[in-house]
Design a protein around this ligand. Structure first.
Ligand code: URA
Length: 242
């Protein structure tokens, strides 16, 4: 079993340096091409049904052409999300940063490298989960999202959740956790519990944002506890459904 120490040295999941090959601004087709259609998790080898495929395409196009809030005028591109469309784990962050805005993919900067290590520590390759943000456009200077921006963007995340129907959601950081749970309870008090999200009562667990952990490495120990809690919760839920 991997230990918390592995969070100190994030592995590259691609074998490439994370910033080595910048993507061009992406259209819907390019963004979709980054989302594998076959799952190694829920139903190995099962293609996504055609109607769902069309829904993913429509949703991707909607996100990438969205002008519902002012962020569309300062972003380079919308950042739809990335990963396995049959994923059982949905990881939700706050909003794209500068590197994500440039490359069109969530969590590809330093925080993304640590997120990859956090997932790997519980046996989850980045490619096996789906990763999205509350906001699909970068707030200038990485400021906190404004309530009207969250209100405009959350319906896209809700559509992603409806299509994925994840078994477990992991909210990383205060902004994601508080907005998803519609609370201003401090993150520290949201940890260590299985929350219920939305009409499907999807189990949701909260942990620290990897960018925070880069600034506050002493809290990596607590993040490791959260990850182990998430893993054991997932295993319990999976065994109940078998
Ligand atoms: N931080 C986030 O919350 N999301 C990203 O995609 C990158 C950094």
């Amino acid at each position: 079993m991997r230990r918390a120490a592995s969070l100190e040295a994030p592995p590259s999941t691609t074998g490439q340096p994370p910033l080595a090959s910048p993507h061009r601004a992406a259209g819907a087709a390019e963004a979709l091409a980054r989302i594998p259609v076959i799952t190694p998790g829920r139903a190995a080898g099962t293609p996504v049904p055609p109607e769902t495929d069309a829904q993913w395409q429509a949703l991707t196009a909607d996100v990438l052409s969205c002008t519902k809030c002012g962020l569309h005028s300062t972003r380079t591109q919308g950042v739809f999300g990335v990963g396995n469309r049959r994923a059982e784990w949905l990881i939700i962050g706050e909003a794209p940063g500068a590197e994500e805005d440039r490359r069109g993919e969530p969590f590809v900067g330093r925080a993304g490298q640590l997120l990859n290590a956090m997932l790997a520590a519980i046996g989850l390759p980045r490619e096996q989960v789906f990763i999205a943000n509350v906001l699909k456009s970068r707030p200038p200077g990485n400021r906190d999202p404004k309530p009207d921006e969250v209100a405009a963007c959350l319906p896209y995340l809700m559509r992603q959740i409806a299509l994925l129907q994840p078994r477990l959601m992991l909210a990383v950081g205060r902004i994601a956790a508080q907005n998803l749970l519609a609370t201003d309870t401090p993150l520290g008090r949201l940890r260590g519990q299985v929350h219920s999200f939305g009409e499907l009562n999807t189990p949701l667990i909260v942990t620290y944002h990897p960018a925070y952990l880069l600034r506050t490495p002493a809290d990596k120990r607590k993040a490791w506890e959260d990850l182990k809690f998430a893993r054991s919760t997932f295993q319990r839920l999976a065994s109940q459904e078998e």
